[in-house]
Design a protein. Structure first.
Lengths: 345, 558
């Protein structure tokens, strides 16, 4: 079986449509974040992991009406209650940290109220979380640092393994993906818990993974005989098409696995899985429609500057955009000799 | 090639054997979210920031030792007690049944002191001064907002302090009258407790004018013990917490609350003891402590034994103070205050009237393990009930199985025999990852399972990259063996770069993450390394095996 065997889609030519699409989605993402700042006071719906507070997950013997539970916990003043699972008997009650109150007292109070309101039903407290405000603030900071660090390190890595512009293009695509994911989280007010941050970082990893496979092919085609003389647009297009079967198959398989997780994996990781599914979709899209065009745009815009630097023998020796005739090609081929030889058809 | 093939198969078999051994021997450690348990982060409680960095670091070191001893005695299997940074301790207790008990045992400072109870007479002369300071510090406004019936003072704070205003004299007189009335009642008989209450209540309105603190105090039947109505406790605690008030306290006296409330004539009171500031014995002189039942009343108690030095001191002080009351103070609260009937040696007991035997044995445990150098505050707490954990394991298993079956189906339909080979390689991969987890003693968490399943997807990706390359080479008209060789060679750079960047992300997650996120990072990292090895070595070996059964000109199924 073979999908997209000899695909010749003109992806790069369609990039303007992609730009419009990305722009629209990004605007929606940013608007959601701003709207959240106005409406709920924070650009994301941070969970107790980050704000500090308590979370109590209770399980009733039988299905329970959420409204009934809410009224037992104080009606309009009740803390947010979410029903989880499909049987309607499990609820997560979140109590944000009130000022001047011990977190523990809040958790105890919730337990007491529930047990007091439903003395006859069998209640099991299956999970409690309690995060002090100091820890919450630290976690926010750590999460932001983690994301920034991963950007910085991958940029450095790609600059070393590829060329600087590849790194920049990959980071642009990754930032694009992260923003869309964050916008999605903001739009649906998905609660940001620790695993959500892990999911965002995984998306960054996945998106990079996808982009790198395409870029690897671009690099290879570029270094192949006559590659530097080929029209860059055609070359990138060819590279995308050549990797298309792999892109589709891998994304498909990963999506399949994630769907299995989403459907059968239980309520605790549902948000986590949803974010990952979105990330895989966006990551696949961006490797084709964002990263690759970005690579070309960077070359088009700053290509001449690279040329000047290359002529001066600047530090970015092998930066491309340089006409092939002036490149120290032999050295280059020597370094990647094995790959070039293999690709010779 | 055949010889190297045999070597490869043996190598893979050996690695599988090692992994199998570790899985069998170590087993997979399930995280707290999977087997149920409690995760706590505690910190030295120092709200005023009075501790220096060294003092804090020293305190946390000692606290860690104390906690370790306590938790060992609690009998939790494989507890994790880990110091993080300079001021925090992480405690992870798997599969505990009563989290509140565990929390109490961990958090209780268990600072035991023996102090002599003083008489009212020693403290009463200082009360007017304390009242004045309270009024001066808080002002009438905040006092009335506390529900105290304080008249707006016409005099300035200076006047109040230096006794220039006439109101002050009046109120002092009224308050003295109140105290006398109370004393009389106490002297009479216990049965007249109600009368005393009435008397002090009658005085309350006047007394409260400018003696907010004294107005809260009632004298009970025992000398040196004030009774404060339950609803007034909060206000009294507030007054006592004012720094100026603490400075105004007599130097050798401390006021400490009784642990349990007492009921008298239909009202509930807390006892406020007038104690010697200095303890003549502390928990450091304690040699042993066990819980027991009082033979006579069948109430729980903790029997303790003092060290030789402590025993001598105990005997000396009790010998000199026969007939006095001895307060046993635990973490700043008076547990009991028995009368000293005789000289007591190295043994004694603490009566715990209102507690269960379980609480008594917990108390004995923390006393044995020693006091914490400073009280601890719980910064973070996560508990997962065992049933939820079991659910997560089951769901993770089902999701993992279905995900794997899906991958197997896709690979076998798309790549035929090569797909089957990759499925075998995937099997090796799963054993490798589980073995790796067992080897490093990594704990499997819920996000960890997700990471595992995700890394299966990545492992497949490596195989897909290789197979696509082989197909391309075959399309270009190459001989089968060359195509396979080049396919692996050409896919290498993409696999290396893709896996390494993901590994970078995983390592960052490990660095910045805590708890479950760390678990995710660990499984993802092990998964990436394993997928690296599987794709580049195992799949390749299986391919060689497949090719070795064919003639060079035979087509391959890919």
């Amino acid at each position: 079986m073979r999908l997209f065997g000899n695909a010749r889609y003109r992806f790069i030519e369609a990039r303007r449509k992609a730009y419009v699409f990305s722009a629209v989605v990004l605007v929606i993402a940013l608007v959601s974040m701003v709207a959240n700042i106005v409406l709920i006071g924070s650009w994301q719906n941070y969970g107790v992991d980050f704000t500090g507070g308590s979370l109590v997950q209770v399980r009733f013997e039988e299905a329970m009406d959420a409204a009934e539970l809410r009224s037992a916990l104080g009606g309009a003043q009740a803390p947010p209650i979410t029903s989880i699972g499909s049987e309607g008997n499990e609820f997560v009650i979140r109590a944000p940290l009130a000022e001047d109150r011990e977190v523990e007292a809040v958790a105890l109070e919730i337990r007491g109220q529930i047990q007091g309101a439903f003395p006859n039903s069998d209640i099991e407290v299956v999970r409690t979380e309690l995060v002090g405000p100091k820890i919450g603030a630290e976690l926010q900071q750590k999460a932001a640092l983690a994301i920034l660090f991963s950007f910085a390190l991958t940029l450095v890595y790609l600059a070393i393994r590829f060329e600087f512009r590849f790194g920049v293009a990959a980071v642009i695509a990754t930032v694009h993906d992260s923003l869309i994911t964050l916008g999605f989280l903001a739009l649906f007010r998905v609660e940001i818990a620790l695993p959500t941050v892990a999911a965002i970082l995984t998306i960054i990893g996945y998106s990079l993974n996808d982009t790198i496979v395409v870029f690897d092919r671009v690099r290879e085609n570029l270094n192949a005989k006559g590659g530097r003389r080929e029209d860059p647009v055609a070359l990138v297009n060819r590279s995308i098409n050549e990797t298309l079967p792999r892109t589709v198959l891998t994304s498909g398989t990963t999506l399949g696995v994630l769907m299995a997780l989403l459907i059968f994996g239980g309520a605790v990781i549902r948000d986590f899985t949803t974010v990952l599914i979105l990330g895989v979709l966006v990551g696949t899209y961006s490797s084709i429609f964002v990263a690759s065009p970005a690579l070309l745009e960077i070359q088009r815009r700053w290509g001449t500057k690279d040329l000047v630097e290359a002529q001066r023998g600047g530090p970015r020796g092998p930066v491309s955009g340089t006409p092939p005739s002036r490149r120290p090609r032999k050295k280059k081929r020597g370094r990647k000799g094995r790959r070039v030889a293999g690709a010779r058809a | 090639m055949l010889k190297s093939l045999r070597g490869r198969i043996i190598f893979i078999a050996v690695i599988l054997g090692i992994c199998g051994y570790y899985i069998y021997a170590n087993g997979l450690k399930l995280g707290l979210d999977l087997q149920g348990g409690m995760h706590l982060v505690v910190e030295i409680d120092d709200p005023d920031g009075t501790l220096t960095d060294e003092a804090r670091a020293d305190a946390i070191d000692r606290a860690e030792t104390v906690l370790r001893t306590r938790i060992d005695e609690l009998g939790v299997e494989e507890p994790l007690i880990q110091k993080v940074g300079s001021d925090r301790i992480i405690v992870e207790l798997a599969g505990i049944s009563d989290e509140n008990q565990a929390k109490d045992v961990i958090r209780r400072a268990a600072f035991l002191e023996f102090k002599l109870v003083r008489s009212w007479v020693d403290f009463a002369p200082d009360l007017p001064r304390i009242d004045r300071v309270i009024v001066a510090t808080l002002g009438a406004d905040s006092l009335s907002s506390l529900g105290r019936d304080v008249q707006a003072p016409t005099s300035s704070i200076e006047e109040l302090l230096f006794g220039a205003a006439s109101e002050e004299g009046d109120s002092a007189a009224a308050e003295e009258g109140g105290a006398e009335a109370g004393e009389d009642a106490a002297v009479d008989a216990e049965g007249e407790q109600a009368a005393q209450d009435d008397a002090s209540e009658a005085e309350e309105d006047d007394a409260a004018v400018l003696s907010p603190f004294t107005a809260l105090l009632n004298q009970g039947s025992e000398d040196g013990v004030y009774l404060v109505a339950e609803e007034d406790v909060e206000a009294a605690e507030l007054f006592l917490s004012i720094p100026e008030v603490q400075r105004a306290m007599p130097r050798d006296i401390s006021l400490q609350w009784g642990m349990d409330p007492v009921g008298l004539t239909g009202r509930i009171y807390r006892q406020l003891y007038v104690l010697n500031e200095d303890a003549f014995i502390t928990g450091q002189m304690l040699e042993n402590a066990v819980s027991a039942r009082d033979q006579q009343f069948n109430t729980p108690q903790v029997q303790f034994e003092l060290s030789r030095r402590g025993g001598r001191r105990f005997a000396e002080v009790t010998g000199q103070n026969v007939g006095e009351f001895l307060a046993i103070v635990l973490d700043g609260e008076v547990v009991s205050a028995p009368v000293i009937r005789d000289r007591i040696g190295a043994r004694g007991q603490i009566e715990l009237g209102g507690s269960t035997l379980q609480e008594a044995s917990d108390l004995a445990l923390v006393l044995r393990a020693g006091a914490l150098p400073a009280p601890l505050r719980i910064m973070e707490e996560r508990t997962v009930g065992p049933s939820l954990g079991q659910d997560s394991v089951d769901q993770g298993r089902i999701a993992g199985m279905i995900g794997l079956v899906l991958v197997v189906l896709i690979m076998c339909t798309y790549y035929r025999v090569a797909g089957v080979l990759s499925v075998f390689a995937l099997g090796v991969y799963v054993v490798l990852v589980l073995g790796g987890l067992a080897m490093f003693g990594a704990t499997l968490t819920v996000p960890g399972i997700a990471g595992l399943i995700l890394s299966v997807g990545m492992a497949v990706d490596a195989n897909v990259l290789i197979f696509e390359r082989i197909r391309e080479e075959l399309d270009a008209g190459r001989a089968v063996r060359t195509a396979v060789e080049d396919g692996f060679g050409n896919a290498l750079s993409a696999i290396v770069d893709a896996n390494l960047t993901t590994l970078i992300t995983a390592l960052i997650l490990f660095q910045f993450g805590t708890g479950p996120v760390r678990g995710f990072a660990v499984t993802l990292s092990i998964g990436i390394l394993a997928s690296f090895f599987t794709a580049l070595y195992v799949t390749r070996s299986f391919f060689f095996m497949y090719l070795s059964r064919k003639r060079a000109t035979d087509p391959i199924s890919i």
